[in-house]
Design a binder for this molecule. Structure first.
Ligand code: BGC
Length: 803
């Protein structure tokens, strides 16, 4: 017995010993590979100001002289060249990768907790650390810091999809400016956004971060955002370049796609953004394209981006993206984020054995130095940690209101203030501000629909509220919101509600209008599924049917508010409610914004940036998309093997996805296939009506000028979006029936007021990408210029001859 006990104790001891050793070993590995491998490269913050010959500057290298790179009277190029000249080869290599994911934890002197990456400092030359932070709906940093009473909340602006639904580039520019100034005041140098991937399929979990199924809308809105943010001396990182259209196996997925679809659809939005805004940085995507990781593709990183488009900024990887460090630098992906020790060693080795030339290192280093020299840090800007959150909240509210879309209105809206409103569905009380993952924002509050209604002087129906409270207390655990990392990875989704006949009776009699909110949430690392996500659950269907019946029987109306981040099925139920507002996820002021529309304080003017299909399967991409969904797995990101699987082991839509539909994405497909849709691309109602007239199309200097008059012919002031599509009726090749080329939004027009809009389309934009010639080709002959209020509501058209 004693002996057995001894053996047992020994075994337990050995197990504990091994566990401690492997724990320590594991920690050592993680720490030295991902967290803290910088050693001699801690930022030099002891820099003195000097005045020589009347010029005051920061003596960054402490040599008591004015070096060219320290002199802000010199041009950026001169300063960059001087820096490059002064740097050792090791310092240059060091600059090509970030300082590790540890920077996200906010360790060290100038660190900003919650920033996710850095451009490393060069202490010998006094070059500062550059901080990179997410993302598309506002800055994502940690709101609380150890040992401090104060908070560092950021404004949660509406999601990207809502912003593109405004079709208002001036407004998006204003939001960008606000976001940029928030970054500036919190000491962040580059915002990792906007997202410019095409919404190829409705179930991509990150669609909410992206703008549209159409590249022109994506490009125009994206450029406005970049210009806004960068007006504050803050860089952007337009992501994820390119063809990152699903989250399932995003780190390895190989996109099989034609050059034509790449050029006309997936690259086009990025191309427009580069042309209109020259972003400081672009983020390459995780996926492969036709067999090779995007950041390792020289054709994408250099030939297209730099040679064809004249892009002047730097390209960074997505976090832990790509495989071969030196192949990425050689291809033109200048910066590896967040950086690992392994990459640093690999780069050094590649230089030693000649795989990577000094010239290649210099090219990338130059681009990185340019960003550093342009940054607020190099201008010694002293940030306040006090951005104007109040003003930004107002901008968030205004922009959310402008991007919400009125899908249906049977003489119901707007409603008079003071009415008693019965709120139904969990999300009415628990509004969703935005999606999860790196596109999330740590905001101080989210205004729910209930709060928004109260703020505007509506009465909240007590009975409906009580049913919600009872439901909430029954599912206490499910109503606890995830925090920290799990808030990033797990969309919060409390159980949905059902109403008994008696409850409904009591609600209907005591209220004047019913509002049902349908909520959806998704995010990075996961894709959505059809059942109970794209399609309404049975509970939701029943709720809509029962509520509408009960209210209608009493002569009262029902409004459905969709608080969602991506497309859902609408065809089966849209006939039942009297009005439908697509509110998207409106950021922290979402509830107030919906009420601005409900009350008529603002006339809705949002338009759909994508098609709402009748069936999911109507999308041509549905044949090649991972329909089983996926969940976020951070371990795969950091540790999974990048080794190529044998062909016969590759799983469709996971290891590879075939973009068989080619250029037929979104409305391009629905139009060509003559499919009915639930709501077409570009659709959105208003409380007034607009007439389009006096179309005039002329051609001058290879530019098509389109002029049209828009008149507010109703009785409510409001804005209208004018969409210009083109088509080539007698085309010799396979082309979409129509394609959006440009658009504009009017100012608010009073009832009866008219305005003339003038828009330009460069003739070259009518070209298609020829696979045979491997270039853009402009077909000669007649083109039809179509002016519409949606892709399926063309009001005027005229032909123009292209010679
Ligand atoms: C995301 C990027 C993000 C980065 C840093 C990645 O997982 O794909 O969009 O900017 O993390 O948070």
């Amino acid at each position: 017995m004693k002996k057995a006990l001894k053996i047992l104790l020994k075994v337990v001891g050995i197990i504990i010993f091994l566990a401690v050793i492997s724990g320590l070993g594991g920690w050592w590995y993680i720490n030295s590979t991902f967290l803290s491998f910088e050693k001699d490269y801690a930022e030099n913050i002891d820099i003195k100001e000097l005045t020589i010959d009347g010029y005051t500057f920061l003596d960054r290298n402490g040599n008591g002289k004015t070096d060219i790179y320290e002199d802000d009277r010199k041009t950026t190029d001169e300063r960059v060249e001087n820096l490059l000249y002064q740097m050792t080869l090791e310092e240059k290599i060091h600059l090509l990768k970030g300082s590790g994911i540890g920077s996200a934890m906010g360790k060290g002197g100038t660190a900003v907790p919650g920033a996710v990456g850095t451009i490393v400092p060069t202490p010998r030359l006094g070059i500062p650390t550059i901080y990179l932070s997410d993302g598309p709906a506002g800055l994502r940093i940690e709101p609380k810091r150890e040992g401090e009473d104060r908070t560092y909340y950021c404004t949660s602006f509406p999601i990207g999809t809502l912003l593109s639904s405004t079709w208002n580039t001036n407004l998006v520019n204003e939001i960008g400016t606000a976001m940029g100034s928030e970054a500036k005041e919190y000491g962040i140098d580059v915002i990792l956004g906007p997202g410019a991937n095409i919404q190829r399929h409705p179930l991509c979990g990150r669609n909410f971060e992206y703008y549209s199924e159409d590249p022109v809308l994506t490009g125009f809105i994206g450029a406005a955002m970049v210009n806004g943010i960068e007006s504050q001396g803050i860089g952007t990182s337009v992501k994820h370049f390119v063809a990152n259209n699903q989250e399932t196996d995003r780190n390895f997925n190989d996109v099989i796609v034609t050059d034509r679809a790449m050029r006309e659809i997936y690259l086009k939005g990025f191309e427009i953004i580069v042309e209109k805004s020259q972003p400081w940085t672009i983020m390459s995507s995780y996926n492969k394209v036709n067999g090779t990781y995007v950041p390792e593709r020289k054709d994408l990183m250099t030939d297209i981006l730099r040679d064809d488009w004249q892009y002047q900024g730097l390209v960074m990887t997505d976090w832990f993206g790509g495989d071969n460090a030196s192949a990425m630098i050689a291809a033109g992906n200048d910066l590896l984020e967040p950086g690992t020790r392994r990459q640093w060693k690999a780069l050094k080795k590649a230089v030693e054995n000649g795989t990577l030339s000094e010239e290649e290192i210099n090219t990338s280093t130059r681009r990185i130095l340019k960003l550093i020299v342009q940054s607020n840090k190099m201008h010694n800007y002293q940030y306040s940690n006090n951005p104007d959150l109040d003003t930004h909240a107002k901008i968030a509210r205004q922009s959310a209101t402008e991007g919400m879309i009125l899908l249906k209105n049977k003489q119901t809206l707007p409603i008079q203030k003071g009415k008693n409103i019965a709120l139904m569905g969990v999300t009415s009380f628990d509004f969703i501000a935005g999606g999860t993952g790196s596109g999330d924002v740590n905001e101080a509050y989210t205004v729910s629909l209930e709060e928004g209604l109260k703020n505007a002087g509506f009465e909240i129906n007590e009975k409906a509220k009580q049913v919600f409270e009872t439901h909430k207390s029954k599912y206490k655990k499910e109503f606890v919101k995830p925090e920290g990392l799990s808030a990033m990875t797990t969309p919060y989704f409390p159980p949905r509600m059902a109403y008994t006949i008696d409850e409904l009776k009591a609600i209907v009699t005591s209220s004047e209008l019913g509002i049902i909110t349908i909520g959806r949430n998704s995010g990075e690392g996961g894709d959505r599924v059809e059942d109970d996500d794209f399609s309404l659950s049975e509970k939701e269907q029943n709720m809509i049917t029962k509520v509408c019946k009960a209210f209608h029987a009493a002569g009262k109306k029902v409004v459905v508010v969709m608080n969602i981040g991506g497309v859902i099925e609408t065809a089966s139920w849209k006939g039942q409610p009297d009005a439908i507002i697509l509110a998207w996820q409106g950021g922290q002021e979402g509830g107030n914004s919906v009420v601005d529309i409900l009350s008529g304080k603002v006339n809705p003017s949002g338009k759909l940036p994508m098609t709402f299909p009748i069936n999911l399967n109507d999308h041509s991409s549905n044949a090649n998309f991972p329909l089983e969904g996926a969940t976020y797995n951070i371990m795969t990101l950091m540790f999974a093997s990048r080794e190529e699987k044998p062909e016969n082991e590759k799983v469709k839509n996971k290891d590879y996805t075939d973009y068989e539909e080619g250029i037929y994405v979104g409305y391009r497909h629905f139009d060509k296939a003559e499919l009915e849709v639930s709501y077409p691309f570009g659709h959105g109602l208003s409380y007034t009506t607009f007439d389009l007239s006096n179309l005039n199309v002329t051609m001058k200097n290879d530019t098509i000028n389109v002029m049209a008059t828009i008149t507010n012919s109703g009785s409510f002031a409001g804005k209208e979006v004018v969409q210009i599509y083109t088509s080539k009726p007698d085309t010799k090749i396979d082309r979409p029936l129509k394609e959006l080329r440009t658009f504009a939004k009017t100012k608010s027009l009073n009832a009866g007021e008219a305005t003339i809009l003038t828009l330009q389309i460069p003739v070259s934009e009518l070209s298609y990408w020829s696979e045979e010639a491997s270039q853009w080709i402009l077909e000669k002959g007649l083109y039809s210029i179509q002016v519409g209020a949606s892709s399926r509501d063309i009001r005027l058209s005229m032909e123009v001859e292209v010679n």
